[in-house]
Structures are given as C-alpha cells and as structure tokens.
Write a protein that binds this ligand. Structure first.
Ligand code: NAP
Length: 255
C-alpha cells in the first residue's frame, strides 16, 4: 500500500521511536498528525519533516492518560485531518526498576495509566471512524517485555503483556472490516526510555546499553512502515525484533 497523502497519527512523537516514525512516514509522503505532551518539540520537528517529504504536519499537545482530553482532541480535529489511515500507538514509558514488593505505587500508576489506559483511550477515540470508513490500521508498540517478564520489571512487563492482549482482542473485534491491527514488539532500543525509567539518571541509563549494539529507533520505525505498506489484504499480527545481541527479554550478549 502506498502511504502518499495518507493521514498517519503518531502518539508520543516528540522523541525516540515515535519521532523516528514521524520521519519514516514523512519519507513515504504521508500527512502527519503528531501528539505528545512536549508540543514544542513537535513544532521544532515540523520543518525537517516537511523537508523529509511529509505532505503536511498537524501537531498538538496531548497527555494520553487524560481520557476526556483524548476524546476531545480527536473530536475537535479539523475536517481535513479526521480520516486517520494509520494510528501508531507509541506513547509509553517505564518508571523504576525495583523488586515488586519494594516498588513505588506512583511509578506503577504512571506506567499503567500511560501504557494501558492511554493506549485504550486513543484506540477507542480513533477506531470507530476507521470501521465506519472501511479503512485503517492500528499499530501499537508492544515489547519483548510483554512476552517474558524480567526481574524488577514486573509492572512494565505487565503493561506490555496487556498491550499484547489488547492488540489481539482488537484484531478479533474488527474482524469482518478492512481495519488492520499490528503489534510491533522490540527488545532494547536506545532512546530516552532508560533516562525516563531512571528519572533522569544519565549514568545509570547509559549502563543499560553498555557492551552491546542496541536497536536504533529507526530500525523499529522501519518495521512499522513495512507493516503499514503491505497489500491491503495482508495483516501483520506481530513483529518481534531485537538487536543481534539480545535473544529475549532476559538474555543479552555483552562484550
Ligand atoms: P522515549 O524516547 O522516552 O519516548 C517516549 C515518547 O512517549 C515521548 O515522545 C513521550 O512524549 C511520549 N509519552 C510518554 N508519556 C506520554 C503521555 N502521557 N502522553 C503522551 N505522550 C507520552 O521512549 P521510546 O523508547 O521511544 O518508547 C516508545 C514506545 O516504545 C513505548 O511505548 C515503549 O514502551 C516502547 N518500547 C521501547 C523499547 C526501548 O527499549 N526503548 C522497547 C520496547 C518497546 P512527551 O514526554 O513529550 O509526552
């Protein structure tokens, strides 16, 4: 499928995988609907995205944890931006790396509210119109963490296991419509993910990627664009991808 002129909505487009997706879809000539809380970062990307090939960019501030704000943002979209062809449910984060019985409930709530409830709110706002129009593709960010839980990561892993269930459930619920549903599940990707997890501790974040070659956000964006550009009758259910230095969420090769 060609994406030229298609409307692609990326949540969490201000950094990391979401930002790389914005550029990858720009190169396909898409019209980009971009959301994140740091709207100034989205605005700063606009000119570069147009240079990269985007037909148009519409950026707005959004916290996916706020259901009323999500529903209003989608309901208030200008008419020319309403027909969303591809939704990339990317906004997400991890907070803390603690034994479950020592973890911080506020970290758990932030992860669950963003990665599970935010994913549901955005999907609920966008998919009805896809079903009505008979066209659309929902691509969500899962993780190898959703397949195998790793120590001290139970709650983050639980949110990605939930994403997996939601992705599979949505695919069943849109069966009989042309709407496609995909989960892209990377292993370790070098982004601000660890910096956010460790509340800005740069030394601790850098250690996560020491001695191995992590995936780059562009690698993941590449897989997302690949899934979105298959022929209309092909539904990629799940893409699991890691760096060559990672076997699963527990096993790494470090030199
Ligand atoms: P990142 O560089 O920290 O980017 C996260 C993005 O999510 C930012 O643009 C952030 O924007 C946005 N975001 C966070 N909370 C949000 C909220 N409440 N409302 C709206 N946007 C929000 O991390 P990343 O690695 O690119 O992560 C992107 C996705 O990939 C996440 O779902 C993550 O779980 C998943 N993933 C990452 C890895 C990895 O190793 N990096 C592996 C597997 C899966 P603002 O702060 O501006 O709102």
């Amino acid at each position: 499928m060609k994406l030229t002129g298609s409307i692609v909505f990326v949540t969490g487009a201000s950094a990391g995988i979401g930002e790389a997706c914005a550029f990858a879809f720009a190169r396909e000539g898409a019209r980009l609907l971009l959301a994140a809380r740091r709207v100034e970062r989205l605005e700063a990307m606009r000119a570069k995205l147009m240079d990269a090939g985007a037909q148009d960019v519409h950026a707005f501030g959004l916290d996916v944890r706020d259901n009323a704000a999500v529903q209003k943002a989608i309901a208030d979209l200008p008419d020319v931006w309403r027909a969303i062809d591809v939704l990339v449910n990317n906004a997400g984060l991890s907070r803390g790396l603690d034994k479950l019985y020592e973890g911080k409930p506020e970290d758990w709530e932030e992860m669950i509210d963003t990665n599970v409830k935010g994913l549901l709110y955005v999907t609920r706002a966008v998919v009805p119109e896809m079903v009505e129009r008979g066209r659309g593709h929902v691509i969500s960010l899962g993780s190898t963490a959703g397949e195998i839980t790793y120590p001290k990561g139970a709650v983050y892993c639980a949110t990605k296991a939930a994403e997996r269930a939601i992705n599979d459930g949505l695919r069943q619920d849109v069966l009989g419509t042309p709407v496609r549903v995909t989960s892209v599940d990377p292993g370790m990707v070098e982004t601000d993910f660890s910096l956010v997890r460790f509340h800005g501790d740069e030394t601790r974040a850098a250690k996560v990627y020491q001695g191995l070659i992590p995936l780059k956000p562009e690698d993941v964006a590449d897989a997302i664009v690949w899934a979105a550009t298959r022929p209309a009758h092909v539904n990629i259910a799940r893409v699991v991808m890691t760096t060559i230095d990672q076997a699963n969420s527990l096993m790494f090769h470090r030199s």
